[in-house]
Design a protein around this ligand. Sequence first.
Ligand code: DX5
Ligand code: ZN
Length: 229
Amino acid sequence: MTFDRAIKIAPSILAADFANFGAECAAAEAQGADWIHVDVMDGHFVPNITFGPATCAAIRPHIKGVMDVHLMISPVDAYIDAFAQAGADILTAHVEAGPHIHRTLQAIRAAGCKAGVALNPGTPASAVADLMDMVDLVCVMTVNPGFGGQKFIYMPAKIKSLRDMIGDRPVHIEIDGGVDPRTAPLVAQAGADVLVAGSAVFKGGSVQNPAPYGENIRAIRTAAEGVWT
Ligand code: DX5
Ligand code: ZN
C-alpha cells in the first residue's frame, strides 16, 4: 500500500448482499471503489453481530485492492492473528475496546497489517494523541457503531484536531457512518481522505445491476473533491 491523501471511497459491505459478498466486492471495485470496508461486529462491543475471520478469508480472493477491516469487537488481541491470516491489509481497533490499545496496535503491526484506531462519537480526539506514531489510520465514527443507514453526526472540530495531530505523518483520516454526497464535502474539508459509505454506495444496485454503485461512488467522490477545486 502506498500512501496518499487523495480522496478514497471505501464501500462498506454491511450494506451489500450477505449471501453474495464475493461478487459484491468485485462489483464495487469494478465500479470504482478504492478500498473495501469490512465491518466485524461481536454483539458485545456493539449491539449487532456480523461475521468473523473465516468470512474475511472467504471474501479476500474477490478483492484486488485494499481490504480494510473494522473490528467492532472486544477483546481484540486474541483475534488479530486470525484476521491478519485472513488477508486484511488494514486492521482497525477501537480505542474504547479495552485498556491496552497501544499493545493492540503493536500486535496489529507485528502481524504484518497496517494499524488503525477508531473513535466513537463520544470519544474526544485527545484519546488517541499519544498514538500517532503507532497508527496508519484514524477512523472517526460519525454514527454510533453497530448499524448501517444511521444519521450522520457532524463533528468537524474532532476531524480538524486529528488532522493537526497527524501533521506530516503518513496517517489516513477515515470517516465512517452516514457518508453521502451531502456530508462528504463537510468531512473532506475538515481533513478526511478515506470515506466509508454503505447505504449511499449500494442503494439502487445489485450484482446483476451494478451500474448504480458506480454512479453512487462517483457522486460521493465528486462532492468530496469539489472541496479542493
Ligand atoms: C457502522 C459501520 C459502518 C457502516 C456505515 O457500525 O462501521 O461502516 O456500515 O454505513 P452507512 O454508510 O450506511 O452509514
Ligand atoms: Zn465500519
